[in-house]
Design a protein around this ligand. Structure first.
Ligand code: ACM
Ligand code: ZN
Length: 535
């Protein structure tokens, strides 16, 4: 962050702000910025009708368009976007690469709103901060009288480069509009990664042109177990998938909001839906059916069969084209039983021919082979921490979910790590101890306070190892979550707590202040009509 510019500009704001208009408004921003200086006075939106762009860049134009479309319906007049450095009563957006990626300076004085980002993403995050300075009713997007924005000088940048939210669309399927709404939640809380869990035992949810049966067969199950594997079923066929056009639409929607989507294609386990469509890829040859209950299943891809790799490589080819801007493909790797491999002649031959010690090394062979292929496509893999089993693939990033141990081991081996230990980051867990009065959840207990007091960097890592922790992520598995309303309930306001852990500097974290600020943030949730947990 370039401090000199900020310090140089600061006296100007003190000088130019309108003291009479100062309403001594409390400033409440989540996630907490690096530096926030309240200045007396305010900017009135009455005359705001131009957004200036200091640099003429296509990327910044998109951001300016966001601003224009957010202000126009509320202010009830047209806003022009023009190149220039700003003029009294208006707003200016600019880029100063010295600030660094995703960083921004937001300054409001009585005659100008200025957002300078290290890049277009920084400007975009600055706009999200600005929105929290506007009246909550602004969120409704309907005509309001002109209003005052408090004068302020904010200097901000994220602590972690990876701030992720995951969504499982396999256990239950969510429509394109719901996924976009989920992305909007990420934007509000300054998350920059959407980890999209697209394939699992209970459904394959992405169209692959070369393998139409993946969605014709694999996207549908005959029925669904009631509750937590009660043994009773609902007798209702269930399913759905995203066409490639829909995937492209969502990827563009996310990209437009500076969110990278990392697709997850599960292998070798959690693959029953794929095997139901192409049974020759399993050790026994099937028949298989798309799972109708929850859990871990013995039937997984057969690594003894060359066709398995041919199939997965072809799938990855299409995935790479659909997600061109993701540096990563998540290949799952978790919860893959070795039961079938131990019995399978092809698997036994593979172990012998490759000089592998056992089925754990066979799992590692599988992941390494796919990692190499994905590398040849210019991307690298992320896998759940089970990919440490039998030896980690070069350049693999480990997503540590069974606690922090996997992440610690990987960081010590010099691998990148994303932390999402289940006891803190699994938002399918209960958020209240009064579980009787909560919707059915996986179990566990994770409230905002627990999340807020968590550090993504374990204390036993030295500085060099700690630098391998790219950030953290919350995971939302949807066995018991059927609609967007329930998604919102599970992630709000826990996302707000996690957003401060991942964005804000540790010395700025204060749970009591966070709770006060949350009361303000929930006004914005209300204005957007979100269904959030109130306990
Ligand atoms: C996982 O929760 N099985 C990654
Ligand atoms: Zn096999």
């Amino acid at each position: 962050m370039k401090k000199t510019l900020f310090l140089l500009l600061l006296p100007l704001f003190f000088f130019s702000c309108n003291h009479k208009a100062d309403k001594e408004q409390e400033i409440s921003i989540i996630p907490q910025p690096v530096n926030l200086k309240k200045i007396s006075g305010s900017f009135n939106t009455d005359s705001l009708n131009v957004i200036f762009m200091g640099v003429d860049q296509a990327a910044l134009f998109n951001v300016a368009m966001h601003c224009k479309t957010m202000f126009e319906p509320v202010l009830g007049h047209k806003i022009e976007i023009v190149k220039g450095t700003g003029k009294s009563g208006q707003m200016v957006l600019d880029i100063d690469p010295d600030l660094g990626s995703e960083a921004y300076l937001l300054t409001v004085n009585n005659n100008l709103i200025s957002i300078i980002g290290g890049d277009a993403a920084g400007v975009f995050w600055g706009i999200q901060t600005l929105k929290q300075l506007l009246p909550p009713d602004f969120e409704k997007g309907i005509r309001m009288d002109a209003f005052d924005i408090p004068c302020i000088a904010i200097e901000d940048e994220p602590r972690f480069v990876y701030r992720g939210m995951h969504l499982d669309v396999c256990r239950h399927f969510f429509a394109v509009e719901d996924v976009k709404s989920y992305i909007d939640l990420l934007v509000l809380h300054k998350f920059n990664i959407f980890h999209w869990h697209l394939t699992d035992d209970q459904g394959w949810r992405i169209e692959i042109k070369k393998y139409p049966l993946l969605t014709e067969i694999g996207a549908y199950r005959d029925e669904t177990v009631i509750g937590r594997n009660s043994g009773e079923y609902d007798s209702k066929p269930y399913g759905g998938y995203y066409t490639q056009e829909e995937i492209k639409d969502i990827v563009a929607y996310a990209e437009d909001r500076f969110i990278t989507i990392i697709p997850e294609i599960e292998m070798p386990g959690h693959s029953l839906a794929a095997l139901a469509a192409y049974p020759e890829l399993g050790c026994t040859g099937g028949p298989y059916s798309v799972a109708t209950k929850w859990g871990v299943f013995d039937d997984v891809f057969c690594p003894g069969n060359e066709e398995t790799f041919e199939f997965l490589e072809n799938v990855i080819d299409e995935i790479c084209l659909l997600f061109p801007n993701s540096p990563y493909i998540h290949i799952g790797g978790d919860e893959s039983p070795k039961t079938r491999w131990l019995q399978c002649e092809k698997c036994k031959n593979r172990i012998e021919n490759e000089g592998l010690a056992d089925t754990h090394e066979l799992q590692s062979y599988f992941i390494k082979r796919m990692a190499d292929y994905i590398k040849s496509k210019g991307k690298s893999i992320i896998g759940w921490d089970e990919i440490l089993e039998g030896g980690l693939a070069n350049n693999a990033t480990v997503m540590s979910w069974r606690g922090e141990e996997g992440g610690i081991a990987a960081a010590k081996m010099g691998h990148d790590v994303i932390m999402c230990p289940n006891e803190v980051c699994y938002f399918d867990h209960y958020q209240s101890k009064d579980t009787e009065n909560e919707p059915l959840a996986f179990g566990g207990f994770t409230d905002c306070e627990k999340i807020y007091s968590w550090s993504p960097i374990p204390s036993d890592l030295n500085e060099n190892q700690a630098s391998r922790i790219l950030g953290g992520q919350a995971n939302l598995w949807t066995e018991y979550i059927l609609d967007l309303d329930h998604i919102e309930y599970m992630v709000l306001p826990r996302m707000a707590a996690l957003s401060e852990v991942l964005w804000s500097q540790p010395d700025k974290l204060n749970y009591d202040i966070f709770v006060k600020k949350l009361q303000n943030l929930t006004k914005y949730y209300d204005a957007r009509g979100y269904n959030y947990a109130k306990n």
